[in-house]
Design a protein around this ligand. Sequence first.
Ligand SMILES: *[C@@H]1O[C@H](CO)[C@@H](O)[C@H](O)[C@H]1NC(C)=O
Length: 315
Amino acid sequence: MKTVLPLLLVATVCFGDLATDPILYPYGPSEGDKVTPKKDDGATSAIPISTVFIFFGKKHNSLYVNNNGVISFGVAVSSYTPNAFPLADGSPFVAPYWGDVNNEIAGTVYYRESKDPNLLERISNDMRKYYPNFNYRATWAFVATWDKVAYYGSRSKKTNTFQAVLTTDGKLAFIFLNYGIITWTTGKASGGDPLTGLGGIPAQAGFNSGDKTNYFNIPGSRTPDIVNIQKTSNVNTPGRWLFEVDKFRVAGGCVYEANFVKYNETFWKDPTCETKCRCNMDGDVECEEEWCSGNLLCQPSTWHYSCRIGIGQCF
Ligand SMILES: *[C@@H]1O[C@H](CO)[C@@H](O)[C@H](O)[C@H]1NC(C)=O
């Protein structure tokens, strides 16, 4: 038994990976994907798309797939250290995982425009799960996949796999961000450790609309926690984030100053905890005057404040 058991476990894990990996849509040579140049900080030239894609109210007829984990509109992106959103230069872009990819070391960035009925059916079915009231039927999709890509200056074997899928029915537009195995956050030129791909200024995931007010960070962006993005979701499907982007809405909650707040979640927005806010089921944040109750103390918590038991305090 002692020798058989480990083998069985390994086999189960392997089959499990294949059979239970519904997060990434099919990609690669078998799907007819093209590849971006294998070049540090490389990008495609403008890729014309056959459908208008509406992103934050603006119509786009082309896009760029950038090796550093970004799909951009209007201009290619070669920056390797993620700047905080909103970006000063106002470029609209989608960042499944903006960091210093170097696929000269390892990995391939695939992309394709698709009207394949099987893919569109699968996207439409997934959409119905997450937005049962929309009756969304995809007519177009664009799939970009960063497959087992390494980081700049890597002295390890670590790679990341992630995907961005744009879809529209001609009216509404959505983006799926799908995460496979994520093991590194930072290239060497962004302060990362070449041996681990961690530290420095970690990768950022989210959206920059191009204006000053509409942008969004997936929780953990530009912090070490982003390495766990595969375990997070706004649609109860670990490794998947889904956004409506024709006008910006996030499934499962609200956006408050670029941060995600789940439905019914509450937080205080000020350092003295005088204004309590809540994400309502319409996707709006409502705030009202409310102080910490009892002997709870106002304390900073990630991007907001919360009322908690103080150190050395007890009930
Ligand atoms: C939020 O609260 C409302 C009313 O209290 C409830 O009907 C709803 O199911 C809650 N939603 C979630 C996602 O918890």
